[in-house]
Design a protein around this ligand. Structure first.
Ligand code: NAI
Length: 292
């Protein structure tokens, strides 16, 4: 495939910042853009801290960390992504907003540039429905944290070029990911399989017999790397709710995809998890008190 030297990432939140870090660590020049310029600043700060911790733990050399940082650039406007070979969107999980962004990207980027969405559960075909050159658009579903998690679901929706898609799968595997091609279906594979994990935990919580902390502790002790509520807090309750609602809608409100009130309430109250400082099991105020 044509070389991917320069990568654009749009959205500097939970996912975008670490997608940017992954590509910078693997030798690519990266342009990171967000509608909120301060989001880019805080993303680059956070990435800097991640690299510092990696150096302190001896996982990365100081030289490699400095080189990675030097490859990460803050874009102040979408046009700064004009010469990118691949642009990955990691913005809010809303179809209309994503469609508007891709219309803008189609104007800004070269006709050969690959355009990708990191959507968790929306239809990739719907996101790209209004593009003129749909053959270069696809889903690249990274997992959180994106610089560490190996899996990338590569979502193909006709008329994306299968050759470019296959080449991209090979390329991602070469640079350290485990990329697999998946069909454009609600929740793809992983988010669909994960629904019962979250759903059953939320059902137990709503029944009132156990707290989120107790449920998480039991699941961790049973060998799960994270409990369901820790995972919701890591992903963001807003993103988790959006995925829940998309799947409930897509499967005609089948009971398997029930949208739990506890999850809706968390979002209504702004308790989104790590990104807001408060969630099912995240409480930065408690953490501060414990430290003092
Ligand atoms: P986030 O809420 O942490 O970050 C989204 C960022 O996009 C914000 O900084 C916001 O200012 C920016 N933004 C919103 N509209 C924009 C626009 N029109 N142009 C430029 N920037 C814009 O969200 P998060 O969690 O990073 O999710 C982003 C996408 O990745 C969503 O589609 C989500 O479904 C998907 N995803 C999320 C995962 C997670 O664990 N949080 C995992 C895999 C996929």
């Amino acid at each position: 495939m044509a070389e991917l030297n320069k990568i654009g990432v749009v959205g500097a939140g939970v996912m975008g910042r670490n997608i940017a870090l992954f590509f910078a660590q693997t030798g690519h020049q990266v342009q990171l853009f967000d509608v909120h310029q301060d989001a880019v600043t805080s993303a680059l700060d956070a990435v800097g801290q991640t690299l510092t911790r990696a150096v302190d733990k001896g996982r990365v050399s100081a030289d490699d960390a400095a080189a990675t940082k030097a490859r990460l650039n803050a874009a102040s406007k979408l046009a700064d992504l004009a010469d990118c070979d691949l642009v990955i969107e990691a913005i809010v999980e809303r179809l209309d907003v994503k469609q508007t962004l891709f219309a803008q990207l189609e104007e800004v980027c070269g006709s050969e540039a690959l355009l990708a969405t990191n959507t968790s559960s929306l239809s990739v075909a719907d996101i790209f429905a209004n593009l003129t050159h749909k053959d270069r658009a696809l889903g690249l579903h990274f997992f959180n944290p994106a610089h560490i998690m190996k899996l990338v679901e590569v979502i193909t929706a006709p008329p994306v070029s299968q050759i470019r898609c296959d080449d991209l799968v090979i390329y991602l595997n070469q640079i350290g990911k485990t990329a697999i091609k998946v069909k454009d279906s609600p929740g793809f594979i992983v988010n669909r399989c994960a629904r019962p994990f979250y759903g059953e935990a939320l059902a137990i919580l709503e029944e009132g017999d156990f707290s989120a902390h107790q449920i998480d502790a039991a699941m961790r002790a049973q060998g799960f790397r994270m409990g369901p509520f820790e995972l919701i807090d890591l992903v963001g309750a807003d993103i988790n709710l959006a995925a829940s609602e998309t799947m409930a809608e897509a499967f005609d409100h089948h009971p398997r995809y029930y949208v739990f009130n506890q999850l809706k309430q968390q979002v209504e109250q702004g308790n989104l998890g790590g990104k807001s400082g408060k969630g099912f099991v995240t409480d930065e105020a408690d953490a501060t008190l414990a430290e003092s």
